[in-house]
Design a protein around this ligand. Structure first.
Ligand SMILES: NC(=O)C1=CN([C@@H]2O[C@H](COP(=O)(O)OP(=O)(O)OC[C@H]3O[C@@H](n4cnc5c(N)ncnc54)[C@H](O)[C@@H]3O)[C@@H](O)[C@H]2O)C=CC1
Ligand SMILES: NCC(=O)COP(=O)(O)O
Length: 331
């Protein structure tokens, strides 16, 4: 008996950005799952036309069998017609509706995972909706108290202890509770979602030279070291706190399964330098699987067909691998 291919939701993101056309390009490849784009059917057809892609775009019918080379779209209507590069606050609710559709489908088990094309945080906030990113939105919508953002690319996995907050707010946000829970989630998901039996995690310090014995900041002494010692006593393989400037040299990374950076721009520039266009953003700690592109809406490229689909492809590949691991665990 043949099993139907798992469905994976691909949210098409900000309609004026490159997300819709990157979704169109998914149809060029054969996937071992059934990718279902979530977005406005007419928009996806329009963007396929704009970039000269000859692909049949049809409305997703759960009862029908997938047809090779045909792009299936679960239709969520735009509020207003969208034009490449032209942000429109009236479509902010639409963007969130596509996310809600995918989240609901993952929670109910209809979708095996969700993959997100980029959204524009600014225009959603301009519409009067407080929104700092998918990561925080997914946590709220799935009632998950703590999630961890991790990027995968260039042979590295880089997780973040803090994400979208001003740099000046980072030290106060780095509490023992946050750090402990972040490391626990990272360790657990590396085991369960990535199949790494005993992950080794390199942990960065916050301050230059990891605080230089307290002369350049005390967060290492007061927060990071005590948390690492407590978790090591529970059997976790943690190295650090390491000075962030030399943590990413190849010798240090060899043998490590992941790096934990203390803030967004401590970890991500290194990873993006190594993998931009092919990196993947994963949200750990959720009850569902979510991966995403490593780039933003690229409004400067929207509608031109010049945007590189590599990161969306890598995000779908990783979601497929993670969904496969989840099926193995359930068996
Ligand atoms: N996963 C998500 O939803 C993400 C959303 N964003 C949002 O995107 C918006 C724009 O952010 P920016 O900082 O301008 O970053 P961006 O990634 O949109 O653009 C930065 C540069 O990278 C280029 N670029 C981006 N994606 C590309 C691709 N696929 N192929 C070729 N070149 C590409 C752009 O043309 C631009 O020159 C912001 O609102 C930001 O919050 C940013 C990162 C991730
Ligand atoms: N820098 C990563 C980013 O902005 C994407 O965040 P999210 O929307 O995946 O939470």
């Amino acid at each position: 008996m043949t099993h139907p291919s798992p469905l994976i939701a691909i949210t098409s993101g900000e309609p004026a950005g490159v997300g819709p056309e990157l979704c169109v390009l998914l149809a060029r490849r054969r996937w071992p799952v059934r990718p279902i784009v979530i977005g406005d059917l007419a928009l996806i057809r329009e963007r396929a036309g704009a970039i000269g892609e000859q692909v049949s775009v049809v409305e997703f019918q759960p009862q029908s069998s997938p047809i090779e080379g045909v792009l299936e779209v679960h239709h969520v209507p735009l509020a207003s017609r969208s034009y490449p590069s032209r942000l429109d606050v009236t479509n902010a609710g639409y963007v969130l509706a596509t996310l809600d559709e995918a989240i609901g489908g993952c929670v109910s088990g209809r979708f095996a995972a969700m993959v997100t094309a980029p959204v524009h945080k600014g225009v959603i906030n301009d519409a009067g909706i407080v929104f700092s990113g998918h990561t925080e939105y997914l946590a709220e919508r799935t009632a998950t108290r703590r999630v961890v953002m991790m990027l995968v690319g260039g042979g590295m996995r880089v997780a973040l202890a803090t994400t979208h907050l001003p740099l000046s707010a980072v030290p106060a946000a780095l509490t023992s509770e946050l750090l402990r829970e972040t490391i626990e989630i990272l360790h657990r998901d590396l085991v369960q979602r990535f199949g790494i039996a005993s992950p080794r995690i390199l942990v960065a310090g916050l301050n230059p030279h990891a605080g230089e014995g307290g002369y350049m900041g005390r967060e290492e002494i007061d927060v990071i070291v005590p948390v690492l010692e407590a978790l090591r006593a529970e059997g976790l393989d943690l190295v650090g706190p390491l000075p962030a400037d030399t943590l990413f040299v190849p010798d240090k990374l060899a043998g490590a399964d992941a790096v934990l950076a203390m803030y967004h721009d401590q970890g991500l520039p290194v990873l993006k330098h190594a993998s931009f266009g092919g990196g993947v953003n994963v949200t750990l700690g959720l009850p569902i699987i979510r991966t995403s592109v490593d780039h933003g809406t690229a409004l400067d490229l929207a509608g031109t067909g010049k945007a590189d689909p590599g990161s969306l492809h890598a995000a779908l590949e990783l979601a497929i691998a993670m969904a496969g691991k989840a099926r193995e665990i359930r068996r």
